[in-house]
Design a protein around this ligand. Structure first.
Ligand code: ARG
Length: 466
């Protein structure tokens, strides 16, 4: 029988190689090749430090750096052969280095383990992608703020329980998402701050007897400081979990926005229209214009929060320090990241694309006695009624209007006076949608003047940073 030979990186004490199925379950190169840039970066920093500390010679370091630069080129040009039998990206790169530069390449792994190496690479990868996501979120926020300014005066019905509640402006509604996304950005930046510590030098789990300089590798890799405890450094993935939970919350926000877009462009609503660029047709019903992108964004939270729950479940109950279970961290993070990028970009595109049907929105803004609260407030302000009493009186007027199929503005004064004799004509000044909107000037309220100011200030802030 043909036996495979033992692994060239760690197979010293092994007589033969792994079974095919062992190899299949163990290999991660198909997905962790995503870490190749970070792996080269951390190896450059590690070897730089080894040479400065006289753990390897300068000559070897130069060879290692040259070799790694060549490998970088090979990967970029697609010449690099990723080998499943070498398990992962770390061993693929190291084996190729030894193949290219011989002895010196075999010295790179001094005072290091794949355990601290993978923790370092993964932190670097997530850090880079947080920056990438933050700039995409900013782009989406800017698109929302621009549309908010454009629609600062556009009336629409504000809902609670998806029932007409009070008139609001479309701009105000869009700005609500800008606020949510700003907190999402904040959560990502907080995650970045906490993850920005250097695991390199923790070695397998206990540190090393070599006189390494972890401050130096921290500096070279732009980490704030070395991680304080070697066991913690190689065995926690809380940074990935924090990242995935920040992404899950953001995906939930995008899912809600997508759902609203779907409702708004459904024909019975017809509040907005998406162009051909963001809709698809039906293969059987020629009249259809389906908001597929929005539907997919609504759904993608399943994948992203699935990644969070998946990794939490992997980490639950794992004894310290490293265990191979942790190799399952990467696909979750990669999938969630790619999905998030897609959702952010598609959301930004749809927001820029949508057109509001302002007449339709205005019509429904006034429906469902949406200015009833304004009527009650007038009774409190002008007649000094207690709010509860005013609420009751308003209820009676609404009931009359409903029975006679009238809007509040059309209820005759005489009828109102039958319910509350002190009501006078000035009550009509607060019953229109426009009056209601203009009066909502409290801080954070929907008045067009507020919305214009807030949208403009977001635009200024976001433009400065992009
Ligand atoms: N591919 C491994 C992972 O992603 C690297 C660390 C392997 N360490 C080990 N001791 N087998 O987790």
């Amino acid at each position: 029988m043909n036996q495979k030979s033992a692994n060239q990186q760690w197979g010293g004490r092994f007589k033969s190689g792994p079974s095919t199925i062992m190899e299949q379950i163990n290999t991660s190169i198909d997905f962790d090749k995503n870490l190749w840039q970070q792996d080269i970066l951390s190896s450059l920093a590690h070897s730089e430090m080894l040479a400065k500390q006289n753990i390897i010679s300068n000559e070897d370091k130069e060879k290692i750096h040259e070799g790694l630069k060549k490998i970088e080129k090979e990967i970029l040009t697609g010449e690099f052969h990723f080998d499943k039998t070498l398990e992962d990206i770390h061993m693929n790169i190291e084996a190729r280095l030894a193949e290219r530069i011989g002895e010196a390449g075999k010295r790179l792994h001094t005072a290091r383990s794949r355990n601290d190496q993978v923790a370092t690479d993964f932190r670097l990868w997530i850090r880079q992608h947080i920056d990438e996501l933050v700039s995409r979120v900013r782009h989406l926020m800017l698109n929302l703020a621009k549309r908010a300014l454009e629609y600062a005066d556009t009336a629409m019905p504000g809902f609670t329980h998806l029932q007409s509640a009070q008139p609001i402006t479309f701009g105000h509604h869009l700005l609500a998402y800008v606020e949510m996304l700003c907190r999402d950005q904040g959560r990502l930046n907080d995650t970045r701050k906490r993850l920005n510590e250097n695991p390199l030098g923790a070695a397998a789990l206990a540190g090393t007897s070599f006189p390494i300089d972890r401050q130096m590798t921290a500096k070279l890799l732009k980490f704030d400081r070395p991680m304080a405890n070697s066991l913690d450094a190689v065995s926690d993935r809380d940074f990935a979990l924090e990242y995935l939970s920040a992404l899950s919350i953001m995906a939930m926000h995008l899912s809600r926005m997508a759902e609203e877009i779907i409702i708004w462009c459904s024909p019975p609503f017809s509040f907005i229209k998406l162009s051909d660029a963001y809709t698809t047709g039906s293969s059987i019903m020629p009249q259809k214009r389906n908001p597929d992108a929005a539907e997919l964004i609504r759904a993608k939270l399943g994948r992203i929060s699935g990644a969070l729950i998946g990794l939490l479940t992997v980490m639950k109950g794992l004894p310290l320090a490293y265990a191979k279970d942790m190799q399952e961290d990467k696909e979750q993070v990669f999938t969630a990241t790619n999905t998030m990028i897609l959702c952010l970009d598609a959301s930004a595109g749809m927001i820029a694309d949508l057109k509001a049907n302002q007449d339709q929105m205005a019509h429904w803004a006034g429906s469902g006695f949406s200015t009833a609260t304004d009527l009650a407030d007038w009774l409190v302000k002008e007649l000094k009624l207690p709010f509860r009493t005013a609420h009751h009186v308003t209820g009676k007027i609404v009931s009359y209007a409903e029975q006679h199929n009238l809007t509040l503005e059309k209820v005759p004064l005489k009828k109102m006076q039958e319910i509350e004799p002190l009501i006078n004509t000035s009550i009509y000044s607060v019953l229109s949608v426009q009056a209601s909107l203009a009066s909502r000037t409290s801080e954070g309220g929907t008045a067009p003047a507020n919305v214009r100011k807030s949208a403009q200030s977001w635009i200024n802030q976001l433009k400065d940073k992009s």
